[in-house]
Write a protein that binds this ligand. Structure first.
Ligand code: 0A1
Ligand code: ZN
Length: 847
């Protein structure tokens, strides 16, 4: 049972733990409802400690015995942990607790998933396994003995010895408890090896449930590619004899970087051409890389406290985006990252959940694994690299690894290496870590006497999190083009530091066309009346060329919504020209056909002081797609045919780009042929990318019933594919049907609502269906609230994350606002609501 009044924790209150932990020995006797955990821990009081309180975290534990140096002690126990009188010299603490993994539906600590035992300890799950100073600045070596009847028994580090029914593991690298992991089950190993640049052989294994053996090869290759990339690009080699990955079906997040034993949501690692789309393959490759890269950025150098989460997450996301850019197409990756940033991080930063990249307080840390910490955190690192340049970035990173290996660090430590490596003063730059909100950057231009001048004004809207925002250091990449599209000034990085600042470019005999914020060099909202049509035709920066098309689409859609105008003909023609250019990468052309998301449109309307109407927004987007289909009607059959891959399936950038363009063409073609091409594609598809795209189009064309039934019959035993079947029906439903469709699916025999993937596939898809979730009668709000109330006692973490569907509620009209307020209040007044959900609902409701 949780506290009635949740406590707020402050960064400013940080104090170190008064003891060093020299070594940890754990013994597990596994049993579903009564697992016994014996801990033997060597503590040494720190000579210089200001606070010597011996407090060990512990939750939902039954303490059977406790001893200090062999003598029984009687600690004082509270719901959060225990305190005990301890010697002032080094001593050995022994405890014996009993826990109940079978009853652990929250999926935090030691739990069961499909008969196997597994753990999730980040952020504060280890305290549900044994009494321990469960904080990231307490680091120790771990030796773990597991007794259990399972064929596979795994923990961190290297295998010391094993026998029938037991195994012993030792992790020589000191680590915080959040990186502890244990797995026991009847699993199949897909094995390989990797030889490090230092010549050490590492045994690699990917453990999966029997039946999933055929879905391992891609993940294994991604792991080896990641290991090699981190050696080549960051000079970082792996440091144990084994690296294990385990796939589990029940997992709250994507995956977890436990030392030497990564645990993955099955959806983030299992892949095969028949069951996974190209997007799934790319995501899996990125997540495997992300978790692997944490070995250095997160594990070897960890966080002093949870306020520093972005130290490991922002940097590791930045590293995994660099990896994907190198493995695939850099412009395509950048565009996709920006789409994601605008779709998830901007709404967070512009609403009641706004918080700095390094928050200063929290109630429940699990609520801060956010797009701001991860994705904006990565953007901040990208800006730092842009400002100092790649060579200095490398020097700083080498210094960081050298200086801080084995330590638990802060953002101050991180910035210090950049200051030391470059001599720069980063005190103003540091505001990116402490100030919430998305900056707006408005730009005006002036041309006289052959001098072209750009004037920038930066403004960050004040918020509860940052009531008095200050100017930031903003790197703005700018290039200049002439009337024929030739570059007359290569990309330059302008460094904005003031609220208003001008930059003059002399020697231009004609007024140039400016391409501003190239490659999206800073996470800001740019307001500039650029010559988008010219940039769409000619910009040499692929990001800004795409961005210009996007800006034209946005302007046209906003005009349709507010003034009822028809889609902009210049935009349609500009896009048609780009699509006809065969010299451009198909993946890039496919992105050109994308339109701003409906919630992005709602945000843009809100920014202009309008009240978004979700139905009108939906209709404007539909009309735009119709206009694109008409404009391209003579091109679509060719575009579709030319982008059919005949070679054997490979999830690489070249093939997936062709399929992306072929399927983008298909979705327009379906508007013209009523779904005939989609029907043919559904019949002949031999991979999931083609099958799912065909199915989506058939649903949109109103003729999906037979294919949906066929798909279900084909895939009913594959849980990951069935997640797609659930999600697609909701996301492709007409706005008025979305809530009913989701509701009907919750009654399907395979709707296992305790499985986070299935819950997200169904209710998460509704939350993301903008016009469906915001249906005028409030049915979307009510259905989501019903299910959040039901899920909360079972799995607070997943419940709390999904509350963010309501974060934009103040954007909408009074009727919708009161419908949403009613649901927020209904959730808030649920008896015994978790700390996680209480915090989220309170922050959202207080908007
Ligand atoms: N550190 C992991 C993600 C993760 C975070 C929290 C979790 O439980 C609260 C689980 C996983 C990563 O960045 O991949
Ligand atoms: Zn991470």
């Amino acid at each position: 049972m949780r506290d009635a009044a949740p406590q707020t924790i402050y960064l400013a209150d940080y104090t170190p733990f008064g003891f060093d932990v020299d070594e940890v020995h754990l013994t597990f006797d596994l049993a579903p409802s009564a697992t016994h955990v014996r801990a033997r821990i060597r503590f040494s009081p720190k000579p210089d400690a200001t606070d010597r309180t011996f407090f060990l975290h512990g939750e939902d534990l039954t303490l059977l015995s406790a001893r200090i140096d062999g003598e029984t002690v009687k600690p004082k126990i509270t719901p959060e942990g225990l305190t005990c009188d301890v010697p002032s010299i080094p001593f050995t603490w022994e405890s014996h607790v009993q826990i109940d993994p079978a009853a652990n539906t929250a999926l935090e600590g030691l739990y069961q998933s499909g008969g196997m035992f597994c753990t999730q300890c980040e952020a504060q799950g280890f305290r549900k396994i044994t009494y321990y100073p469960d904080r990231p600045d307490v680091m120790s070596t771990f030796t773990v003995r597991i007794n259990g009847p399972h064929p596979v028994l795994l923990s961190n580090g290297n295998l010391v010895s094993s026998g029938d029914g037991w195994a012993e593991w030792h992790d020589p690298w000191r680590k915080p408890a959040y990186l502890f992991a244990l797995v026991a089950g009847d699993l199949i190993a897909h094995r390989d090896t990797f030889t490090t640049m230092e010549g050490r052989k590492v045994d690699l294994a990917l453990y999966v449930r029997p039946g999933d053996e055929g879905k391992c090869a891609f993940g294994m290759q991604a792991l080896k590619d990641s290991m090699k990339w981190d050696e080549e690009v960051y000079g970082r080699a792996y440091d144990l004899e084994v690296f294990n990955i385990v796939a589990v079906d029940d997992f709250n997040m994507g995956a977890m970087e436990n030392k030497g034993l990564n645990i993955f949501n099955a959806s983030a690692v299992l892949a095969s051409p028949e069951t996974s789309t190209d997007m799934n393959f790319e995501r899996i490759e990125a997540i495997i890389a992300h978790e692997y890269f944490h070995n250095w950025t997160g594990n070897r150098i960890t966080c002093r406290d949870w306020f520093q989460l972005c130290l490991k997450e922002g940097l590791t996301v930045y590293r995994d985006s660099q990896f994907t850019s190198d493995m695939r197409s850099a412009p395509v990756k950048r565009i996709n990252d920006v789409i994601d940033l605008r779709g998830r991080q901007f709404p967070e930063d512009q609403g009641p959940l706004a918080h700095p990249v390094r928050p200063e307080s929290f109630q429940e840390i699990n609520n801060f694994y956010t797009a701001t910490v991860y994705e904006k955190g990565a953007e901040v690192i990208g800006m730092l690299r842009t400002l100092v340049g790649p060579a200095a970035y490398k020097r700083a990173l080498d210094m960081y690894f050298d200086r801080h290996d084995g330590q638990a660090c802060t953002i101050e430590d991180w910035l210090q290496v950049f200051e030391d490596a470059t001599g720069r003063d980063l005190s103003q730059f540091k505001r990116w870590y402490s100030q919430a909100g998305t900056p707006h950057l408005s730009v005006s231009e002036d041309y006289k006497n052959a001098t072209y001048t750009l004037t920038f004004t930066q403004h960050t809207p004040p918020s509860a999190a940052s009531p008095d925002p200050q100017p930031l250091v903003i790197p703005v990449a700018v290039g200049l083009l002439d009337a024929d599209g030739n570059e007359v000034m290569d990309t330059q990085i302008l460094e904005l530091t003031e609220a208003k600042q001008s930059f003059a470019f002399a020697g231009h005999s004609a007024k140039p066309t400016a391409s501003i914020l190239r490659n999206f060099s800073a996470p800001v909202v740019l307001e500039f009346a650029a010559d988008h049509a010219a940039l769409l035709a000619h910009d040499t920066d692929p990001f800004n060329r795409w961005e210009s098309g996007r800006a034209l689409a946005l302007a046209s859609l906003l005009a349709s919504i507010t003034k009822g105008t028809a889609p902009d003909a210049d935009y349609l023609q500009g896009i048609a020209t780009v699509l006809r250019d065969d010299s451009l990468d198909p993946a890039y052309r496919a992105l050109m056909l994308g339109l701003p998301g409906q919630s992005e449109l709602a945000a843009a309307l809100h920014r202009k002081g309008d009240t978004p109407d979700p139905q009108a927004t939906y209709e404007a987007v539909e009309a735009m797609k119709e206009a694109l289909a008409q404009t391209l009607k003579d091109d679509l059959p060719g575009l579709y045919a030319d982008n059919q891959v005949t070679a054997p399936y490979a999830p690489d950038a070249a093939q997936s780009g062709m399929r992306a363009l072929g399927n983008a063409a298909l979705s327009l073609l379906t508007r013209l042929d009523g779904g005939d091409t989609a029907q043919a594609q559904y019949g002949s598809a031999t991979n999931m990318t083609q099958q799912l795209a065909a199915l989506a189009n058939l649903i949109r064309a109103g003729r999906g019933d037979a294919a949906l039934a066929d798909f279900e019959a084909q895939w009913k035993d594959d849980r990951l594919v069935m997640d797609k079947w659930f999600a697609l029906q909701v996301s492709e439903a007409k706005p008025d049907d979305a809530a009913d469709t989701a509701k009907a699916l919750t009654r399907h025999r395979d709707f296992n609502w305790k499985n986070p993937n299935r819950f997200r596939a169904t209710l998460g898809a509704l939350a993301q269906h903008h016009a469906g979730f915001h249906a005028a009668d409030g049915s979307g709000y009510a259905l989501l609230a019903d299910w959040l109330i039901k899920l909360d006692p079972v799995n607070p973490q997943t419940t709390a994350r999904m509350c963010s569907a309501f974060q934009t509620w103040r954007r909408y009209d009074q009727i919708r606002q009161s419908l949403m307020a009613k649901e927020l209040d209904r959730i808030a007044s649920t008896p015994n609501l978790s700390r996680d959900t209480t915090e989220m609902i309170t922050r959202i409701r207080n908007a």
